[in-house]
Design a protein around this ligand. Sequence first.
Ligand code: CMP
Length: 176
Amino acid sequence: MEFDPRSIDRLPFHDPDEAARAPAGATPSSRDARLRHLQRVPLFSGFTEGELRRVAELSRIVEAPAGTLVTQIGEPGDSFFVIIDGTVAVRTPVGAGSELRPGDFFGEMSLLDGEPRSATIAAVTDLRLLIVDRSHFWRLLDEAPDLIKRILTILSRRVRHLEQTINAMLHGANPT
Ligand code: CMP
């Protein structure tokens, strides 16, 4: 079963700026903390404060401990993830992919094509993740079309990298 972000309560991250956060997560200090997290994410670079506030409205931030399986290959998937803090390992049907780090995203494929998760993603370290649910994903892309360009660019890089890896596997160390 896929990691259910709604089941994650606060885990042992120490962020003094968030100490005043209320359970509902709606205090001004928590909103400011969320905004500061978003300001660190390159996917949103150049966004105005208003745009970032809209991203914050359509998403939530959760924390998960090292070892958490965030997505599992073959399972249905309903969320898009952006790493704010931490590192995850990627296992695809053709082997391990590159680790993903702060600023990287994953989980877009199942939202785009409705197919099951293409890879298992496991937390190598404790994580802080921005999560956008399926119901908000398309709205976010509609409202921030620049995100589409950025996501497509990364997807293209991942396909290229995968093709090079497969080519190297088929043809040895000197792919042609
Ligand atoms: P999705 O299939 O929804 O869930 C698993 C995610 O892993 C997938 O979306 C991509 O975001 C990510 N992923 C799949 N293959 C790779 C890869 N080769 N390199 C990096 N990330 C990947």
